[in-house]
Design a protein around this ligand. Structure first.
Ligand SMILES: [Zn+2]
Ligand SMILES: [Zn+2]
Length: 310
């Protein structure tokens, strides 16, 4: 299998972690004093796995994906807007909403015929008061008690919303009784965020430990990768190339990360996005007796052993 390595040590800022500072080694873990203790026979037997020679060693990497998007959905259709609603509608497309914000805007695309306001056809310019239902009175929410503290039942009060008239100015046309036929677009912007680690070969406990190790830390720029489809440029032109960082394979995490990014924010077209993807290299070590561990380094370069049994 062909391999492609993301290795650009020349481009890294001085003082920052390099890829090699982040590659775990057994010798490095021993030097850092990492303990990977397993007990058996009711705790009588204690093994420090890192002192033993593993029977298998695999170079793998998890993907740390942090992303945010804003998607825009546009639904167009004919509408009749009263003159007041028409005056409030936007004529131009709104700017894309900020990250994390949802927004909904009605935009006029084309203006058609003028006609009578459909919302006040019964009484041009006015509509029935929705607070009192047109009666002009509302029930007092506080029960009326007489002097003897006897509940006298509900008491009716004048409706303040319509000044006891039962009608208000038509909310659609503002009282002009005129409306406009338009072709309008409902523009909905929806923001969504993702912060997740994909490591299909890691147990849930190991993923939690890894999340705790790199959560909140500024991820080393040297570990940054992208998910663009790869083609080998050499003799095997157009042959797919496996994804790896210094030999640490993260091929298995790619479909999970791609799927999550593709679905982020739901429907609509992606109008704005910021995505950072880092490959987190680890060594999967297997020992006699079916014991295994994942060896990796934190953002400061210190070794840690993740153990599948917690
Ligand atoms: Zn009213
Ligand atoms: Zn009206």
């Amino acid at each position: 299998m062909l391999r492609h390595d993301d290795t650009e040590p020349e481009n890294r800022p001085s003082g920052a972690m390099s890829v090699t500072d982040m590659l775990p080694t057994i010798t490095g873990a021993r030097a850092d004093g990492v303990e990977a203790i397993v007990r058996s026979f009711g705790g009588l037997r204690r093994r420090q796995l890192l002192a033993e020679k593993p029977i298998a060693e695999q170079k793998l990497a998890a993907l740390v994906v942090v992303a945010k998007v804003v998607r825009r959905e546009l639904v167009e259709g004919p509408l009749t807007l009263g003159e007041l609603e028409y005056g409030r509608a936007q004529q131009a497309m709104p700017a894309i909403a900020d990250y994390g914000m949802d927004a909904m805007t009605l935009v006029i695309r084309e203006v058609g015929e003028r006609r009578a306001c459909p919302d006040c056809a019964m009484q041009p310019g006015s509509m029935s008061c929705s607070v009192c239902g047109g009666s002009g009175v509302v029930e007092d929410p506080v029960p009326y008690m007489n002097r003897a503290r006897v509940n006298m039942g509900p008491r009716m009060l004048s409706c303040t919303a319509c000044g006891a008239t039962g009608t208000i100015t038509c909310a659609s046309c503002g009282g002009t009784a005129r409306a406009v036929e338009v072709l309008a677009a409902r523009v909905s912007d929806h923001g969504a965020e993702l912060d997740h680690i994909y490591g299909p070969e890691l147990s849930l406990t190991e993923l939690d430990e890894l999340r705790a190790l790199c959560g909140g830390a500024e991820l080393p720029a040297a570990l940054s990768v992208n998910l663009e489809p790869r083609r080998d440029g050499g003799a095997y032109r157009d042959a797919p190339v496996r994804y790896a960082l210094h030999g640490h394979d993260y091929e298995a995490a790619i479909p999970l990360a791609r799927g999550a990014l593709a679905g982020l924010g739901g429907a609509g077209k992606v109008e704005k996005e910021e995505t950072s993807i880092h490959a987190w290299p680890y060594l999967r070590l297997s020992y006699k007796g079916g014991k295994r561990l994942a060896l990796l380094r934190d953002a400061a370069g210190r070794h840690h052993a993740l153990t599948p049994w917690g």
